[in-house]
Ligand binder design. Structure first.
Ligand code: AMP
Length: 294
């Protein structure tokens, strides 16, 4: 596995692989790697010849009061994990190379970025779309892999790739969870023992929502109410948002009549965690039969 900390070296390698006819799979991350990241690397390894994982804590996607400085960084540990998962290159450019003095170009995806996390974290997705565009330009992947954990991010990137004719295939892979259901996240490291227990409420509340839909509930307000109540019962938890949205437009739905994204963001102590689940309504005939049987 190669460790590459220079943009020009990475770009040269990418050009070389292209010339050799090799396909490049790419997994952009901010490091502090866990199974969620590694599942993306392993899948990339199955489908492409050369797998590049980038580790870059992107300052322009953090708000002023957010955790940029304390975000966990451990390149030695990440190196070992990435190697074991099958990465061929770790690309970790310094901030000074990515954002040179006078840097002034940004990518902004309208509409999809003013809801959910975009509403709570103004400028976040502009930072994400910009850095991903830059990384795509340097790494020149054939396929890039993202996690469903950051559902809105994946949708924003897909839209950006489509709108700007980037010509890269985007694959979105399932959320990897701890045994108790908590979605793996680098930020879970911030949690105290008690907070870690409290954090299970995110997935439990999503399971509750899924159960309600499976039993025929089609009113998003009722599901949001149940999820909100469940989270509010945990004293250390504070809701940022609980939303049920269309999986493409990310707009709130009035009725669950097709597949929807149930997305939540919750502060556990000072740590903001996100999670989501996609649910399909049960067919009308099925819920009607169920209604008769009661
Ligand atoms: P991050 O390092 O948090 O920016 O994440 C890098 C990539 O890994 C993103 O595409 C995330 O969606 C993905 N990812 C993070 N956590 C998980 C998880 N628990 N399961 C699957 N993918 C994940």
């Amino acid at each position: 596995m190669k460790l590459v900390d220079s943009i020009s070296r990475m770009a040269t390698l990418a050009r070389m692989y292209k010339k050799e006819g090799k396909s490049i799979g790419f997994v952009p991350t901010m490091g502090a790697l866990h199974e969620g990241h590694l599942s993306l690397v392993r899948t990339a390894k199955k489908h492409t010849d050369v797998v590049v994982i980038s580790i870059f804590v992107n300052p322009i996607q953090f708000g002023e009061t957010e955790d940029l400085d304390k975000y966990p960084r451990d390149i030695k540990r990440d190196e070992e994990l990435a190697r074991t998962a099958g990465a061929d290159i770790i690309f970790y450019p310094p901030v000074s190379q990515m954002y040179t003095d006078g840097y002034s170009t940004y990518v902004f995806v309208e509409g999809l970025t003013d809801t959910l996390c975009g509403a709570s974290r103004p400028g976040h997705f502009k930072g994400v779309a910009t850095v991903v565009t830059k990384l795509f330009g340097i790494v020149k992947p054939d396929i890039a892999y993202f996690g469903q954990k950051d559902a809105q991010q994946a949708i924003v990137i897909k839209k950006m790739v489509e709108d700007l004719n980037v010509g890269i295939e985007i694959k979105v892979l399932p959320i990897v969870r701890e045994e108790d259901g908590l979605a793996m996240s680098s930020r879970n490291a911030y949690l105290s023992e008690e907070e870690r227990r409290d954090a299970t409420v995110l997935y439990r509340s999503l399971e509750k929502a899924e159960g309600m839909t499976k039993h025929g509930e089609k009113d998003p307000k009722k599901i949001i109410k149940a999820v909100t109540e469940m989270i509010t019962e945990v004293p250390g938890a504070k809701i940022d948002y609980v939303s049920i949205v269309d999986t493409k437009s990310l707009k709130n739905v009035d009725k669950i009549s097709q597949e929807v994204l149930i997305a939540i963001a919750v502060y556990i102590g000072k740590t903001r965690l996100i999670d989501n689940i996609m649910v399909k309504p049960v067919p009308e005939a099925h819920s009607a039969r169920k209604g008769l049987a009661v």
